[in-house]
Design a protein around this ligand. Structure first.
Ligand SMILES: [Zn+2]
Length: 282
């Protein structure tokens, strides 16, 4: 059965001039629509859900538009967009679906910027962290975005219910995740690392996890590792099929939350490839 895609066109309503702009998700949606995926509309997360991860002061500041840094603007109504994106992750977690929403979330910690980084990398609320926390399940978070999810690591570092695994380009933003720290397994890889070596490294990383402890897998699904994208590891469409296959072979219920990936049409094709790899190997 095809994985359902969680999507609302409301997420296209901000930031047309920014690299994290609406076109990336709009074009991906069009590709997935043409491929026959079914879509479900999310509802915004409420404050209680957001407070499981974020501090009240930080939420207040996002709500009032008081958080702005050089890469993450205080757009009008960004709080409404951000909590709808969290709602996408929450729904994806419940239906084992794929949340095709923006803004992304993995660079933001409890109070904003995380692990000593001073910008929030286009993120406002940590979608996947809130969905994992709300589920209450022992979860393996696999972050395949090309940037290290410093926010997600900061939130779950030392948390016995979660293992965080990330493969990312280095050097690149945010500059964290250069080594494994406790329950946060990091592989910092050079640009254009290539699919073959990437998949070998992914196998090694997943081999370090005691799978018996986990009830679920949550994937921070970024596609900026694609050849020529913002954190390229030189991956091509077929490599995402292989990544999806490896998630299926973990034999746990899984859900997926979009992070980066900045060439919309390619993002759509990569998501389709990833989900086919996943579904064909369940
Ligand atoms: Zn990224």
């Amino acid at each position: 059965m095809k994985t359902k895609i969680v999507y609302s066109e409301k997420c296209l309503g901000y930031g047309t001039w920014h690299v994290e702009g609406p076109q990336r998700v709009k074009a991906a949606h069009e590709v997935l629509q043409a491929k026959g995926y079914e879509f479900m509309e999310p509802t915004p997360a409420n404050d209680e859900e957001l407070l499981t991860i974020h501090d009240a002061d930080y939420l207040f500041n996002v709500k009032k538009g008081l958080v702005e840094d050089s890469d993450t603007p205080a757009y009008d109504n960004i709080y409404q967009f951000a909590r709808l994106s969290v709602g996408g992750a929450l729904l994806a977690s419940k239906i084992n679906g794929f949340s095709l929403m923006r803004p992304p979330g993995h660079h933001v910690g409890r109070n904003g910027a995380a692990l000593g980084v001073y910008t929030r990398g286009f993120c406002y609320l940590n979608n996947i962290a809130i969905a994992v926390k709300e589920s209450g399940k022992h979860t393996l978070i696999l972050d395949i975005d090309g940037h290290h999810g410093n926010g997600t690591q900061e939130i779950f570092q030392g948390d016995e219910k979660v293992v965080y695994v990330s493969l990312h380009q280095s050097p690149n933003y945010p500059g964290t995740g250069n080594f494994t720290e406790g329950n946060c397994i990091n592989f910092a890889l050079p640009a254009n690392y290539g699919g073959k070596r990437y998949l070998e490294t992914l196998d090694k990383a997943l081999g370090m996890v005691d799978l018996a402890k986990f009830e679920a897998v949550a994937v921070s699904a970024g596609f900026d590792t694609h050849q020529g994208d913002l954190a390229t590891l030189g991956l091509v469409e077929q490599d995402y099929f292989e990544i999806g296959k490896r998630v299926a072979l973990l034999k746990k219920p899984a859900f997926f939350v979009l992070e980066g990936g900045y060439v919309g049409e390619k993002v759509g094709l990569d998501i389709d490839s990833f989900l086919r790899g996943y579904e064909e190997n369940l």
